[in-house]
Write a protein of this length. Structure first.
Length: 215
């Protein structure tokens, strides 16, 4: 008598998870193929092949909650924020330099690879949008936690560690968007080619090395 209800509940949970995943994936497909302006309830539901009422049922009556779930999954920094314990352990064991090197290089690779994330950043930087503003602030909040761990190493230095990091991260974003948009090289370096990407990887490491060496 008890096994049937359990199976039904279990099946319902799996159905919900599958539907939510289909909706999340539909958001990504629309961003990739049609752009963020096409992220309407009807279009998302059609792409996911589910009824639109399920968007409201599973995402607290707000399509923006669905979009936010997708963006958080794609955003390198917000995913990285889930492993603060691991980050703290690396810094305490090896210092900040290896971590900064790895974070910057991985960010470059991730952003270059994720076409949807490129379009999300274009959305975030091209118009005022409450959802994108909130995502950006959450990214900044994570950045503050990282700086709290890394900045003590520069207390006795006049180096602007935040400024150096800001220029590297924003440089990565611009260089990738420019390379993806028209395929042109930047300063004679084409990151669409393996040798060009390798040069930028090396340069990121060099900047980090010089920063830590001169603190």
């Amino acid at each position: 008598m008890e096994t049937k209800p359990r199976k039904r509940v279990s099946g319902t949970i799996r159905d919900k998870e599958r539907t939510m995943l289909k909706l999340i994936e539909a958001v990504g497909e629309i961003i990739k193929t049609e752009g963020y302006t096409a992220l309407g309830v009807n279009n998302i539901a059609k792409k996911a092949e589910v009824h639109k009422k399920l968007i409201y049922r599973y995402f607290d009556n707000n399509v923006n909650n669905l979009i936010e779930v997708y963006v958080k999954r794609k955003d390198y920094w917000l995913e990285l924020a889930k492993d603060m314990e691991g980050i703290e352990e690396v810094i305490s064991t090896y210092g900040g330099e290896p971590l900064v090197r790895e974070i910057l290089k991985t960010h470059l690779d991730h952003f270059y690879r994720e076409e949807e994330m490129q379009k999300i950043v274009i959305w975030e930087t091209s118009e005022r949008n409450k959802l994108m503003k909130e995502v950006g602030l959450k990214r900044e909040a994570f950045g503050e936690e990282i700086f709290k761990l890394l900045e003590p190493a520069f207390e006795k230095s006049d180096l602007d560690f935040r400024g150096i990091m800001a220029l590297q991260v924003s440089g990565i974003i611009f260089m990738v968007l420019q390379a993806k948009a028209n395929g042109n090289p930047f300063c004679g370096i084409d990151i669409n080619k393996p040798e060009g990407m390798a040069r930028i990887h090396k340069a990121l490491g060099q900047i980090v090395g010089l920063t830590y060496a001169n603190r």
